[in-house]
Design a protein around this ligand. Structure first.
Ligand code: FAD
Length: 414
């Protein structure tokens, strides 16, 4: 029992607060923003226990280099002589191999399944929720032979890990998604995946936490920490000073700079992505990823959110119109009847994913301190893995062994 300060009020910080509730702690979540516009609000909202292959995997570097040549491609890295970026890129390159995938896969499977179970429990417990929870699976659509090869390989790995992946012909896809384009060659259905509205979830969680006496402090940026050799005892913003018995770093893409203040190095880059909401006049029903273009399609009844891109360009929300155009132009390649429309840039959302160089999150206690825990680096899966991350942090604070080994997520692994 004690005073717990959580740095960051994104989905990871809020689920951590949720898991720590009712255990006698005094919980304070501090955020520099208003909690309505972080990476956790405008993302694709996909809950993906099927995603067990880390971002750093064979072939990804070669593909990334090819994509760098096109201004509309889904990936870009701003090459510059920044030592942190060079070190991060080198670690990413070193991790992009089969051994790393084989080693990581069981851990991502454990945490992904656990998190989905916790979501189901959360939905059962909170009948009044209004965040569009739908267990409809996730469809991967491909148009090319290369896309087919990659998706078949991914599906085979998922199946050999004991999870479900169903290979679908065009006509089977057509039954599920009548708007599918004739040029789509086929697809893979991951029936255990789900969809939710991330902004709805964040709003719900925040209100629930506030009703349950969690102090949510918005508009205050953490500047420094009071610490001695093994403990952090206070957190300081420009305005106030918060004493703490435990500190949880859940500051998304900013976690690396906060960690530096603690003399802890966690390699991380911001991976910018975009999304926008459009009228769902195609009546899309099925959450999907357009394989070759890496575009996400999240239907929410009368509206649909399209998303994509991964730009490693620093902590900037600046929008690249050409990459947004790349997303918009992709839709009509996979769905028929689509009229390409470029969204007004003022309606485009951008979010900064916290990307570790091996594609694995940082979850656990730092070896440098007795009372500092890390809950960050979830890259493309923060919403998906938030309930499990929160629960693991609550277990560690309570001196309970998490339900599976978490060494692969150690904040000290680099
Ligand atoms: C286009 C796109 C689509 C995506 N789709 C999916 C998806 O379908 N499924 C999925 O699981 N994930 C998805 N993601 C990834 C997911 O959005 C992220 O992994 C997740 O939101 C990260 O949550 P977080 O809480 O770690 O970070 P954030 O949501 O960024 O929260 C961190 C918070 O820390 C605060 N903060 C930072 N520094 C300080 C400071 N000094 N003092 C106080 N506060 C501070 C920030 O203001 C921020 O509110 C997607 C991301 C993008 C960009």
């Amino acid at each position: 029992m004690g005073r717990i300060v959580i740095a960051g009020g994104g989905i990871i910080g809020l689920f951590t607060a949720y898991s720590l509730l009712h255990k006698g702690h005094h919980i304070t979540v501090i955020d520099k923003g208003d909690l309505n516009n972080n990476c956790s609000t405008g993302n694709a909202g996909m809950i993906v226990p099927s995603h067990i292959i880390p971002l750093a995997s064979p072939g990804v570097v070669a593909k990334g280099l090819k994509w760098m040549l096109s201004a509309k491609s889904p990936f870009y890295i701003n090459p510059r002589l920044d030592p942190d970026l060079i070190r991060w890129a080198w670690k990413f390159y070193r991790s992009s191999n089969k051994i790393h995938v084989d080693n990581s896969l069981p851990h991502l499977k454990n945490i992904g399944q656990y998190s989905k179970d916790l979501y189901q429990r959360f939905v059962r417990t909170h009948h009044d929720h209004d965040f569009f929870w739908r267990e409809k699976g996730l469809l991967l659509l491909y148009r090319t032979s290369q896309g087919e090869k990659e998706e078949m390989e991914a599906a085979a790995m998922v199946q050999s890990a004991g999870l479900q992946a169903e290979l679908l012909s065009w006509s089977q896809i057509k039954d599920l998604e009548p708007a599918v384009h004739r040029d789509v060659k086929g697809g893979v259905m991951y029936p255990d995946d789900a969809l939710l509205s991330p902004a709805g979830l964040l709003y719900y969680l925040r209100s629930y936490l506030e009703k349950n006496d969690v102090d949510i402090v918005s508009g205050q940026s953490i500047q420094t920490f009071g610490r001695n050799s093994r403990r952090v005892y206070s957190v300081k913003t420009e305005e106030q000073h918060y004493e703490c018995d435990y500190l949880v770093i859940a500051a998304g893409a900013w976690s690396a700079s906060l960690s530096k203040l603690l003399s802890v190095k966690i390699p991380m880059r911001a991976g910018k992505g975009y999304s926008y909401v459009s009228d769902n006049y195609l009546q899309l029903r099925q959450p999907a990823i357009l394989s070759e273009k890496k575009v996400t399609v999240s239907p929410y009844g009368r509206h649909v959110r399209f998303g994509g891109t991964m730009e490693i360009t620093g902590l900037s929300h600046k929008i690249s119109p050409l990459r947004v155009q790349g997303i918009a132009e992709s839709i009509g390649l996979y769905y028929s009847g689509y009229t390409m429309e470029m969204p007004a840039l003022s309606h485009v959302w951008s979010g900064l994913r916290p990307v570790s160089p091996d594609g694995m999150p940082y979850i656990g206690i730092s070896k440098s301190y007795d009372n500092v825990l890390f809950a960050t680096g979830h890259s493309m899966m923060g919403v998906s893995l938030a309930p499990a991350t929160g629960q693991i942090i609550a277990d560690l604070v309570g001196g309970i062994k998490p339900p599976f080994p978490i060494d692969a997520f150690s904040p000290d692994r680099f």
